[in-house]
Design a binder for this molecule. Structure first.
Ligand code: CUA
Length: 163
């Protein structure tokens, strides 16, 4: 019985800690219900984009049970800033084959900067229980050489081919 209680706690805690996350964000984070319609996370702004001074930012939405976009392409060996949020519950984007991960929380933006040293295709499964489709929730990160990335058009940088 105690074990069952523990399992419930560990998988349902987002219901408890959401208000806590929200209060940390001061309620200024993006509204999960209008992510696709306005602000930073509209569809045309998702994926990998070059900012001022050549900085690279990846914007993604996690939602039951996909990442949007499902596949992202980044250059190898340079810092990439991820900004992610969730359209529903808490998800965890983890980079398989690396030690890195980042949490997606509804109502706030989580930022993390990572540098990928190895070229290749990495699965990015969700590592936070988020519902019935959790185990099938996975995207893909394609790390390519810098000169290859530089040759891609802006539209080709935003998303990539799933293989
Ligand atoms: Cu999303 Cu588990």
């Amino acid at each position: 019985m105690a074990l069952v209680g523990l399992v419930l706690l560990s998988t349902r805690y987002y219901m408890v800690d959401l208000p806590v996350w929200r209060s940390f964000g001061g309620g200024k984070g993006p509204d999960p219900t209008t992510l696709h319609l306005q602000g930073e996370f509209v569809e045309s702004n998702l994926g990998t984009a070059e900012g001022p001074a050549g900085s690279l930012t990846v914007r993604m939405i996690a939602q039951q049970f996909v990442f949007v976009p499902q596949c992202i392409v980044v250059p190898m060996g340079v810092p990439i800033t991820f900004r992610i949020t969730s359209a529903d519950v808490v998800h965890m984007l983890s980079f398989l084959g690396t030690n890195s991960g980042i949490k997606a929380v509804p109502g706030s933006v989580t930022e993390g900067t990572f540098t990928f040293a190895k070229e290749g295709e990495f699965k990015i499964p969700c590592h936070e229980f988020c519902g019935a489709g959790h185990h099938a929730m996975r995207g893909q990160l394609n790390v390519v050489p810098g000169d290859h990335f530089a040759s891609l058009l802006p539209g080709e940088r935003r998303t990539c081919e799933l293989r």
